[in-house]
Design a protein around this ligand. Structure first.
Ligand code: DAH
Length: 339
């Protein structure tokens, strides 16, 4: 039996072939159910007990070496085959289905691009924030309802760690780290504890804008926003500013654009008013500048904030917000864009 093992081992060592069929024949001869190594295992039953250990080990070694040899010859033969030039390199490539950008990304990129033309850089901040950056530095009074659990997702209490409810927190971070002139916009995700419906979601996207310098006036704000509205919705678009209130701006306003559907005549999209609300804005409150260590005697600034979903809904006439989050490709692939 030992001789048989030895001679098979030699046979394995000496075997060379580049031919897949020959290698397969060799495998069958040695390793198949009726192969020579299986025969050795059958014969093994008759080996006297005191030799079982030694012979058993030898047969196992033989089997392993046969496996290794055959596998390595096979993989060599296969790699030879694929680099031997038999492929047809002129064959047309298989077509790969192209994806499209998500409409929220398209609109975000377009907004970023429009403000970049006015010299605005892009800045980002964390989604998990603290009370200071989301509320306190932005002049929210201690008892303001937005600090309520009903509006805000809290992660920890004392100190308060929460999911940001608006991208205005990035204003604070930029001002803390940079002295004016500052001209930046901050797109990002925000979170509010709202029931999901066609018009509201607990996750959505905003773009915050901030411009701080000497002598920045409300007229500058109005001009920048008019430029934005006309670039985004067309040259015919008119804007209207209505007085409003935000803790972080004084004075504050909300901006409407003329309804692009009816051209201001009145339709069911604009609820027969001719106007559509698109953003909040105002002059940065001197208290906010002070919280961020910016000299509020020397500098003034404006800020604005808008929801990307809102802009996208108006631009694409999508009436149900949830479509933006379901990621149904039949919806998504309708959006094609240069942005
Ligand atoms: N942060 C406000 C919101 O989430 C939007 C906003 C309004 C941002 C006015 C501003 C602003 O910078 O000046 O509703």
């Amino acid at each position: 039996m030992l001789d048989k093992i030895k001679s098979l081992q030699e046979e394995i060592n000496d075997f060379v072939s580049k031919n897949i069929d020959e290698i397969e024949q060799f495998r069958i001869k040695l390793l198949s159910k009726k192969g020579e190594i299986a025969a050795l295992f059958t014969e093994f039953k008759n080996v006297p007990n005191e030799q079982k250990k030694e012979i058993g080990q030898k047969i196992n070694l033989l089997k392993n070496s046969a496996f290794e040899k055959i596998n390595s010859l096979k993989s060599q033969a296969q790699s030879k085959k694929s680099s031997s030039g038999v492929e047809d390199f002129t064959r047309p490539a298989e077509s790969i289905p192209l994806g499209t950008r998500h409409p929220i990304s398209i609109v975000r990129n377009e907004i970023t691009e429009i403000f970049a033309r006015l010299g605005f850089t892009t800045s980002t901040g964390p989604e998990i924030e603290d009370d200071w950056h989301v509320f306190s530095a932005l002049n929210f009074p201690k008892e303001h309802p937005a600090r309520d659990m009903q509006d805000t997702f809290f992660i920890e209490k004392d100190p308060d760690i929460l999911l940001r409810t608006h991208t205005s927190s990035v204003q604070v971070r930029v001002m803390e780290n940079q002295q004016p002139p500052i001209r930046t916009i901050s797109p990002g995700r925000v979170f509010r504890n709202e029931a999901i419906s066609a018009r509201a979601h607990c996750i959505f996207h905003q773009v915050e804008g901030l411009y701080i310098d000497t002598d920045v006036s409300f007229a500058d704000l109005k001009q920048a926003l008019l430029y934005f509205a006309q670039e985004m919705f067309g040259k015919e678009t008119k804007i209207r500013l209505r007085p409003s209130f935000f803790p972080f701006t004084e004075p504050s306003a909300e901006m409407d654009i003329s309804c692009q559907l009816c051209g201001g005549k009145g339709c069911n999209v604009c609820k027969y008013t001719g106007w559509l609300e698109i953003l909040g804005c105002g002059m940065v409150d001197p208290n906010v500048l002070e919280s961020c260590n910016i000299d509020n005697e020397k500098y003034t600034g404006f800020a604005f904030g808008m929801g990307i979903e809102r802009i996208a809904m108006l631009k694409y006439q999508v009436k149900d917000l949830r479509l933006y989050f379901e990621n149904d490709v039949r919806f998504l692939r309708q959006f094609k864009s240069a942005y």
